[in-house]
Design a protein around this ligand. Structure first.
Ligand code: WT7
Length: 668
């Protein structure tokens, strides 16, 4: 057996050592900014004993301030809920991410390296980023966009997406990015909810060799968005698409207009002015518009980029996420660029043209930090070790993981086959709402335990609470809350008068605390172990899918009376979507039902929310008060059919409903 074959065998049968602890290597530690646990502990202590002093110093060090703040923090997590950081201070995100690097020796440094789906790359220096962003900002202004206006962005991973974000930030407009994999209806809902009057989109997207008809989707969405007056269309594939006269204009023509200057003064913003809205799913109702601030958000993204990825000036940093999600906002664009770093932006997918694609990018661009999701790690691990083994991965120093708990087998593979046992793996727990990393190890210093996000970042005060509203003892599961505000936290929800939904969602379960929606446990070393969502959110391939939204789509399908959607363990995706369907009285499910249901979800949300399993049942298990008993449905979906393990069933109207569901479970 050749060595290569041997390593393939070991990948197929990964041996995860339970309870293993990995000491970081000297290779990483020798240059890490925070170079010992003692330094981390000391800084962490300062950050929580005198947060105002600590954050005041960090804000001074990390950001340019046009005007100083008068108060570091003013907050309440109570009835009078409010969070204000750096009141009175003025700054601008575009200035921090671009202009200041024109004078600090980085003018001719690569800001963005864009790698196209077809393996072409383009490099944008900080100087060229400046010119492109200024021109686009002037175009937006010429169409009447100003401070406080919302600009919706529905773009694939093209460089213009980053330019658009920074152009909005430059003039004080609030961007609302909608992931380009979302459907026309999902886009429509988000445009309507945000109140945007301008949309920036593209003719098509290119991913994995396939064309995504973005403009056609946008046109469908816009049929019901009469408020949108201008649509700026990036020409990605140069194909003929419908252009609505008077409404639609081409991006490349606009930025080349004779009257468009290549300079654009920044709009100095109040620290807490909104920078962007990003919609995310919760347990109930419509997606929530998470509103992030200007200064606090940027401080969090910038500081974590520097310390968690240990960014140095010569580094090439690569995050594989899509900018349609918060990871791309904070860790492709704002964090790295505010640090003056070189950030790789990848249009394609890790498996096209083959499973060596990411390793090819690492080799060609000399990537030092790679940040990706466990679901992608698992799928590449499955493709075998010959892919990474073919490429030179010796530039790598830090490997990041985000989106869900990384299972030990995937961690080990990442550590051994990609990091060659010398890189630090940073397991970063955070959320759309937190804006930046919250619980994570620091490279080179924190001993790593596979699957644990380890310790809180500076200023973060997590606490694990029990149902009795007391902190749970070491080693016991509870709910992860945060006791004290941090600069990059969500400030409010968009269009939420009186903060009603904001309070209800995050500050009511445990009064006085921010509740994350995650289960967690703290071990004897103070390490945090994340255990997944406890609300009705399913984490599919690191994407948050609200069960309520999926159910609404399923229920809209002809013949369906009601449905219940739960998550179940899925080898690659982390969690899959399991849908229980009840047909209307006298209606047969029929062989084409699955397709119709999948079609409805695809139309309403997008392909990412398509159910993996459809199970038609006569009835759903309900309590006497009419609530669906989801914990039972979750157990059955996970393959647990022993009723002994279901807990108390006495509140059910009819226990035989459960027996019927167990009996008819597909592929038992
Ligand atoms: C949820 C947030 C934050 C960027 C991507 C997802 C889960 C995220 C981890 C991790 C365990 C994690 C949590 C969280 N999650 N990172 N390192 N370990 N769980 O953002 O869509 O807002 O989802 O993702 O359940 O609540 P998001």
């Amino acid at each position: 057996m050749s060595d290569q074959q041997k390593s393939q065998v070991s990948a197929a049968t990964p041996t995860a050592k339970v309870g293993a602890v990995y000491e970081p290597t000297e290779y990483v530690r020798q240059q890490s900014w925070i170079d010992s646990m003692a330094v981390y502990e000391d800084l962490y202590k300062q950050s929580i004993t005198d947060p105002e002093k600590f954050w005041g110093e960090q804000a001074q060090q990390f950001l340019h301030w046009e005007e100083p703040w008068s108060e570091v923090l003013d907050w309440s997590f109570g009835d009078d809920l409010h969070i204000n950081w750096f009141k009175g201070g003025k700054t601008n995100v575009s200035y921090n991410c671009i202009d200041r690097h024109l004078h600090d020796g980085r003018r001719n440094k690569a800001a963005l390296i864009w790698e196209s789906d077809e393996r072409r790359s383009k490099v944008y220096t900080y100087q060229s980023l400046y010119t492109r962003v200024c021109r686009l900002a002037n175009v937006l202004k010429s169409h009447g966009v100003g401070k406080g206006d919302v600009v919706a962005i529905y773009l694939p991973m093209v460089p213009e997406l980053a330019f658009a974000m920074l152009a909005c930030a430059r003039i004080g407009a609030i961007h609302a990015i909608v992931f380009s994999g979302f459907s026309a209806q999902a886009l429509r809902d988000r445009i309507q909810a945000s109140g945007a009057k301008v949309l920036i989109t593209a003719d098509n997207g290119m991913r994995g060799g396939r064309l995504n008809p973005i403009k056609a989707q946008a046109d469908e969405a816009l049929l019901e968005c009469p408020e949108v007056e201008k649509v700026i269309v990036v020409s990605r594939t140069q194909q003929q698409v419908n252009m609505e006269p008077g409404r639609d204009v081409y991006y490349h023509e606009e930025v080349a207009r004779k009257d468009i200057s290549r300079h654009c003064e920044v709009e100095w913003m109040d620290a807490d002015d909104p920078l962007f809205i990003l919609y995310t799913s919760g347990s109930t109702g419509k997606p929530k518009g998470i509103v992030h601030s200007t200064a606090g958000y940027l401080l969090g993204a910038s500081m974590t980029s520097k310390y968690v990825f240990d960014l140095h000036d010569d580094d090439v940093y690569f995050c594989t996420a899509d900018i349609g999600w918060v990871t791309g906002h904070s860790y492709i664009v704002y964090g790295p660029l505010s640090q003056g770093a070189t950030s790789v932006m990848f249009e394609g997918i890790p498996t096209y043209p083959d499973a060596g694609r990411l390793w090819d990018i690492v080799e060609r661009h000399g990537v030092n930090q790679l940040y990706m999701a466990p679901t992608a790690i698992r799928s590449l691990m499955r493709s075998g070790n010959e892919f990474p083994a073919t490429y030179d991965l010796s530039s790598l120093r830090i490997l990041g993981s985000v989106g869900e708990p990384i299972n030990p087998a995937a961690w080990e593979w990442y550590y051994h086959e990609i990091g060659h046992e010398r890189c630090s793996i940073v397991d970063t727990w955070w959320q759309t709402e937190t804006g930046a990393h919250m619980i994570t190890n620091l490279p080179g210093i924190t001993p790593m335990k596979p699957s644990s996000a380890t310790l809180p970042f500076f200023g973060v005060q997590p606490i694990v609470m029990g149902e009795d509203h007391k902190e749970v003892p070491v080693g016991e599961d509870g709910r992860l809350c945060i006791k004290f505000p941090w600069p990059s936290m969500v400030r409010h929800l968009w269009d939420d008068p009186g903060n009603a939904r904001f309070k209800e969602t995050y500050f009511s379960t445990f009064p006085g605390l921010y509740f994350s929606g995650d289960a967690a446990m703290v071990d004897e070393d103070g390490y945090f172990w994340l255990k997944g969502r406890v609300d009705d959110v399913i984490n599919v391939s690191g994407h948050r899918i609200g069960t309520a939204e999926v159910e609404a789509s399923l229920n809209s399908t002809a013949g369906v009376a009601e449905s219940a959607v739960v998550g179940f363990p899925h080898e690659i995706k982390g969690e899959g979507i399991y849908a229980y369907i009840v047909m209307k009285h006298g209606v047969e499910a029929g062989p084409e039902l699955s397709q119709r249901l999948a079609g409805a979800v695809r139309r309403n949300i997008g392909p990412i929310a398509k159910p993996d399993v459809i199970h038609v049942v006569n009835e759903l298990p309900k309590t006497r008060s009419g609530k669906i008993m989801r914990r039972i449905l979750r157990k059955i979906a996970a393959g647990i059919t022993d009723k002994e393990q279901f807990g108390d069933l006495s509140t059910l109207v009819d226990e035989s409903v459960v027996d019927e569901i167990i009996e008819t479970r597909p592929n038992k």
